[in-house]
Design a protein around this ligand. Sequence first.
Ligand code: ADP
Ligand code: MG
Length: 162
Amino acid sequence: MIERVAPGQGPTGRKWPLPDEAATAGLAVQLAQALDGGLVIYLHGPLGAGKTSFARALLTRLGVGERVKSPTYSLVEGYDAEGQPAWHLDLYRIADPAELEWLGLDALADPAALVLVEWPERGAGALPAADVALHLDYAGQGRHASLQALSARGQRLLARLV
Ligand SMILES: Nc1ncnc2c1ncn2[C@@H]1O[C@H](COP(=O)(O)OP(=O)(O)O)[C@@H](O)[C@H]1O
Ligand SMILES: [Mg+2]
């Protein structure tokens, strides 16, 4: 009999309770420590779930000295994370993925790049495929996170998470 693994559990997924913002930042730091080269992270969840908080904590941990801005209006912000190119996108205001063409997102396809995307479903077809998807959602006063690996690179990252 084939053993089934429920989504979000087992070797391809993990879940965390995040009772406060420090816990969200803590998860971002854990992920930063497990990074080993490029990675594409899709950040899912409703407004206020903590996607930007997570991205900011992750980039800060990677030594992005300049204060991490929210790309709500610019759509994309680029950083040098200790020599590694890092991109943070927020596609909330995108109505059609074709609107992304003028941004010239070719740099996102660099396999060495760290790419963090809020509202990735709004950029469908114009983004590199996700290695991991982080779903954040409300849970009482706090939040809840589930992380799924969607590629071999993502699975290796999950395996390295302590
Ligand atoms: N685990 C958590 N529990 C409670 N509040 C949180 C948690 N993580 C983040 N927050 C707070 O929730 C808000 C999240 O905002 P933001 O990161 O901009 O969300 P998003 O980018 O998903 O719209 C911030 O006010 C932040 O302080
Ligand atoms: Mg945001």
